[in-house]
Unconditional design. Structure first.
Length: 161
């Protein structure tokens, strides 16, 4: 499968929201305490447009969005970002799109941050294995309160080592 990675545009907001909600339903995470309840879910082109904050989408050869990932400043920390809203449609998993997305995101993050944090769910086993391949280390406690209290697995990664 061929795909391209590009920065999100306003026209992509509803489609990436649909993809995220589809994935959250798949994992039983369509409730408070997850990205499901994030008030900015349909506003990524507005939210991720400042220095150190960016969101990318993966598009297939037909121009259909198949996934996305964001890097955002983690409020209340110094030089720590968060890998945010990384989701790909089930039919595109295993195609390499997720690898391209995270590589672009982490390369960008290195320009602004020393560490990258993320939160996920314990039933997202493949996602956890994926993050660990990229050097994320599981930690016991959240480093700040993100509002995603249902996310029970956390990771951190040193970016510039």
């Amino acid at each position: 499968m061929q795909f391209k990675i590009r920065e999100i545009e306003a026209k992509d907001n509803k489609e990436i929201e649909r993809i995220i909600r589809t994935c959250l339903i798949e994992f039983g995470a369509n409730h408070e305490g997850t990205a499901w309840a994030d008030p900015n879910l349909g506003r990524f082109s507005e939210i991720y447009n400042t220095e150190g904050n960016k969101y990318w989408v993966a598009e297939n050869e037909e121009g259909k969005i198949i996934g996305g990932v964001g890097i955002g400043n983690l409020e209340g920390t110094d030089k720590v970002c968060e890998l945010q809203k990384m989701y790909c449609l089930p039919e595109t998993r295993g195609t390499g799109a997720s690898h391209k997305l995270i590589e672009v995101a982490l390369e960008y993050a290195k320009r602004y941050y020393d560490k990258c944090y993320l939160e996920t769910l314990s039933n997202m086993i493949a996602a956890q294995e994926f993050y660990e391949k990229y050097g994320f280390i599981k930690i016991d406690e959240p480093i700040v309160e993100t509002g995603h209290f249902a996310c029970d697995v956390r990771y951190i990664k040193e970016l510039n080592k």
